[in-house]
Design a binder for this molecule. Structure first.
Ligand SMILES: Cc1cc2nc3c(=O)[nH]c(=O)nc-3n(C[C@H](O)[C@H](O)[C@H](O)COP(=O)(O)OP(=O)(O)OC[C@H]3O[C@@H](n4cnc5c(N)ncnc54)[C@H](O)[C@@H]3O)c2cc1C
Length: 489
């Protein structure tokens, strides 16, 4: 078997690790694996490149393991490297994402060495795949330099889409379209200049805390439509769900042929009331968007140690069950959930306490302002004019912190996606991304059509990589939509 892995970010690392872990099960037939990656960030992708120390991983070590089911794999690697990185309020180490990138590099190199030891031939081609066609009983991949490579199995790990440019500012002086690595882009900004960040999610938080770490003294404004900040991580308080479980949801799907949002709400209600807490209070906390975001941030910081299960339950379930439950929902229920996109994302992907404290301090001292209802950003002589619900402001620099649409095709993968669709190896999913139309084609990551509206985090990527490795081995069919993965405690 000759496996071509297109893309060399964390999805590829997870897949290589899963192949290496199960290499003995291929023992009588070792094959070859070739990874194609054009960027200098081999194994790290965009998120985990070397960057400022203020650019932190946004999750606890147990949820950053690249090996599915082995929640200690990353903590084991981290060991003494975690010294000096404890988030006091969270009680967990949160390291710079560049250091997490070293874990990815070590994991990939370890996996390649393990595969080679078992007779596999492994290689990395430093170029983009631009075209894939069928040839005989396999595929021919063409890279940017016109070279051709043969494979019998394809694993597409090309990542998610490219950030949109909602105000058409690309190329203008003073506009930063892709903020990463912040070590490079923030260097271009004078410390006393007025900075407008478009977006108020986790990327915006990375930018703000990094500007603060560099001693930025100019005015910083976060402009977004909603003015909503992410929630704040609460101290992990592991518990096992009794109602909101994969088994219960699978049971509902078998009975009804679908699952509704109301079914999920009922399970959340049972979980929360079962823990002796008020479901109505929880629902009000999640759905009330009228509260002043600064007051809410202050309240959430005060609730880091609160033992209430509600927000923890929603955060964990969104990541652990979200991708598997999404295809079981009826289209009307998916549309209903999409309307709560920002709310769900704010709870499911909270900011880490150390960042929340910095953001609150900057808001309190007036260095940072939140502006909602952004309508337009236009270039003017020497800067930009930003129109929002409160009026019009000016900025010397505008930084884009808007996330790509879910399941958008990355710009670097457009040619290869077109060729896969043209040759009938994949179909475009109506909600974005592509779906394999050939059992020899697999996708790990956000290119996969039919997923939920959330960016897949490391646990989702690791889980999908493990399922894909089993499918490549031929020992197990790919998970069907009805199959839900077991949740970590
Ligand atoms: C800024 C940021 C921070 C994040 N932080 C966290 C976090 O703290 N915790 C967490 O759980 N999740 C986090 N995530 C989410 C998740 O970890 C990442 O989205 C994940 O790294 C995605 O991995 P990937 O391999 O699918 O994609 P990527 O990392 O984007 O890698 C895809 C690779 O494919 C390559 N590629 C694209 N097209 C081609 C082509 N045609 N030929 C060959 N190669 C190609 C690209 O060059 C790229 O290197 C974060 C995401 C972002 C964007």
């Amino acid at each position: 078997m000759d496996i071509a892995i297109v893309g060399g970010g964390s999805a590829a690392v997870a897949l290589l690790d899963a192949l290496a872990v199960s290499a003995d099960e291929f023992a009588d037939r070792p094959g070859s694996v070739t990874v194609f990656e054009p960027s200098p960030q081999l194994w790290r992708g965009r998120p985990y490149a070397a960057d400022l120390d203020s650019v932190l991983v946004n999750s606890i070590p147990r949820l950053m393991s690249i090996r599915s089911g082995d929640f200690g794999h990353y903590s084991g690697w981290l060991g003494e490297r975690s010294t000096g990185h404890l988030d006091q309020r969270l009680g967990e180490p949160l390291v710079p994402r560049g250091l997490y990138g070293e874990y990815l590099v070590d994991s990939a190199e370890g996996a390649l060495a393990a595969l080679r030891e078992r007779g596999w031939s492994c290689g990395v081609v430093r170029g983009p795949v631009t075209n894939i066609v069928t040839a005989g009983d396999g595929f021919v991949l063409t890279t940017g330099d016109g070279q051709q490579h043969r494979a019998s199995r394809l694993a597409l790990c090309a990542g998610g889409g490219t950030s949109p440019d909602p105000y058409g500012l690309s190329g203008l002086p003073g506009y930063i379209h892709d903020p990463y690595p912040l070590a490079r882009t923030l260097d271009e900004i004078a410390p006393e200049s007025a900075v407008s960040v478009v977006g108020s999610g986790l990327v915006a938080v990375d930018i703000v805390v990094s500007l603060a770490a560099r001693g930025h003294s100019g005015r910083i404004t976060l402009h977004s439509r909603s003015g909503m900040l992410p929630h704040v991580w609460q101290r992990p308080n592991p518990r096992v769900s009794r109602h909101l479980t994969g088994e219960r949801i699978t049971g509902l799907y078998r009975e009804q042929g679908f699952v509704t949002v109301d079914d999920l709400v009922d399970l959340v209600r049972a979980e929360i009331t079962g823990a002796g807490e008020s479901f109505d209070d929880f629902a009000a906390e999640i759905l009330d968007t009228s509260e002043d975001p600064v007051a809410r941030l202050r309240r959430h910081i005060g609730a880091i140690d609160d033992p209430g299960i509600g927000r923890r339950l929603l955060r964990e379930s969104a990541h652990q069950l979200g991708a598997s439950v999404w295809p079981l929902l009826r289209e009307t229920d998916r549309a209903r959930l999409r309307r709560y996109f920002r709310t769900v994302n704010a709870v499911a992907s909270p900011m880490v306490p150390v960042n929340a404290l910095t953001v609150l301090d900057m808001l309190d001292t007036g260095c940072l302002r939140l502006a909602r209802g952004v309508r337009a950003v236009e270039p003017v002589s020497g800067g930009f004019r930003v129109h929002d619900a409160t009026g019009t402001g000016t900025a010397d620099t505008v930084i884009n912190a808007v996330n790509p649409a879910p399941q958008a095709v990355p710009a670097a993968a457009r040619g290869l996606v077109d060729s896969l669709v043209d040759t009938g190896l994949a179909t475009r999913h109506p909600e974005g991304g592509i779906t394999p139309a050939d059992p020899r084609v697999h996708i790990v990551g956000d290119l996969s059509g039919g997923g939920s509206f959330m960016t897949t985090g490391i646990p989702g990527i690791a889980g999908r990589a493990a399922v894909t490795a089993r499918a490549l081995r031929g020992g197990e069919r790919l998970a069907t939509p009805g199959r839900l993965t077991r949740l970590p405690a």
